[in-house]
Design a protein around this ligand. Structure first.
Ligand SMILES: *Cc1c(COP(=O)(O)O)cnc(C)c1O
Length: 334
């Protein structure tokens, strides 16, 4: 029985074609800037997202950290969502390693930050305060896509207030596919963007930070400092290039599977939040541990949470989603 793992879209295995691209990759020492495949990935993603430069790093956590540290000096502040990955799920790295003070704000129902609240959180230029330098957004945010009109307003707002604008675009391509736009229509509003290759795109490892030549130059120095300078990293970059060429459009299948799962669970009487991309949130209340154990016995891996998150990805197909729905139905009748 093959396991159905809905805990995250990070669990995908490289396909045979991706492994083939990896084994055929030309490599060199990337710390010397001599890995042709890493250089190609960085140039390609910079071009696709409309930036002058890009940097390949092992993880999205490092990509965000380097972005924040390249924008902010010690004693600076960034404004970020209370539920945002960079604030909540990255070990406090910006504060610990960058001496950057986070100013978290509650995320709105649509995944955005209220710009009036952001305005109120910007500190006056006074030595009592940290210097507010940056606004960081996330897209998708818990599977929600930020409206393009909001991004345009956030861009104008940050320009008017002398802030830089960073995007944690771990799932940028899920947002672009959902909106039916080129990813550039999202990234054009930002000074820097971090993209994960190892989420829905299905690469085993890797993220890319995009920005200006100056910003990426700073980030490159910081990457070495935090131990992210890899050598023959072209093996990994080749997986990323393969994913960008072959795994972007298929994200629509993951979104359709998530919709299908949500409808099936609603039909079985579960309370399911509206689905936009590849994440399904179900209210399990105090039955979280019970459904996790029940599903595990049937070869389905779930997280245990009162607000249970299930994530679709390239290693779960429609018939497996049907099995998941059947399992929830069986559970509800117990
Ligand atoms: C996964 C993720 C990251 C980075 O995660 P890594 O596991 O470090 O690659 C950053 N932001 C968001 C929103 C994510 O989902």
């Amino acid at each position: 029985m093959s396991v159905i793992d809905l805990r995250s879209d990070t669990v995908t295995q490289p396909t045979p074609q991706m492994l083939d691209a990896m084994t055929r990759a030309d490599t060199g020492d990337d710390v010397y800037g001599e890995d042709p495949t890493v250089n190609r990935l960085e140039a390609e993603l910079a071009k696709r997202l409309g930036f002058a430069a890009a940097l390949f790093v092992p993880t999205g956590t490092m990509s965000n950290l380097l972005g924040l540290m390249a924008h902010c000096e010690r004693g600076d502040e960034y404004i970020v969502g209370q539920q945002a990955h960079t604030y909540k799920y990255e070990g406090g790295g910006a504060a610990v390693l960058g001496s950057i003070q986070p100013q978290p704000l509650e995320v709105q129902a649509d995944g955005s930050l209220d710009l009036d609240q952001v305005a109120a959180a910007i500190k006056p230029d006074d030595f009592h305060f940290a210097r507010t330098r940056l606004l960081a957004l996330e897209n998708t945010m818990q599977g929600k896509v930020l409206p393009l009109e909001y991004l345009a307003r956030a861009r104008r707002f940050t320009q008017d207030n002398g802030l830089a604008l960073h995007l944690d675009g771990a799932r940028l391509y899920n947002a672009a596919v959902r909106l039916g736009v080129d990813a550039r229509e999202i990234t054009r509003y930002f000074d820097s963007v971090s993209v994960c290759l190892s989420k829905g795109l299905g690469a085993p490892v890797g993220s890319v930070l995009c920005g200006s030549v100056e910003l990426i130059g700073k980030a490159r120095r910081l990457r070495k400092m935090v131990g992210g300078g890899m050598r023959q990293a072209g093996l990994l970059a080749a997986a990323g290039l393969y994913a960008l060429d072959h795994h972007v459009e298929r994200l629509a299948d993951d979104h359709a599977n998530a919709q299908f799962l949500a409808e099936g669970l609603r039909g079985a009487g579960f309370s399911v939040e509206p689905v936009q991309t590849n994440m399904v949130y179900v209210q399990m209340g105090d039955r979280a541990e019970a459904i996790k154990a029940f599903a595990a016995e049937r070869g389905i891996k779930l997280s245990a949470a009162a607000r249970l998150r299930m994530v679709t990805h390239m290693d779960v197909n429609r018939s497996q989603i049907e099995q998941v729905i059947a399992t929830f139905v069986e559970f509800s009748r117990k």
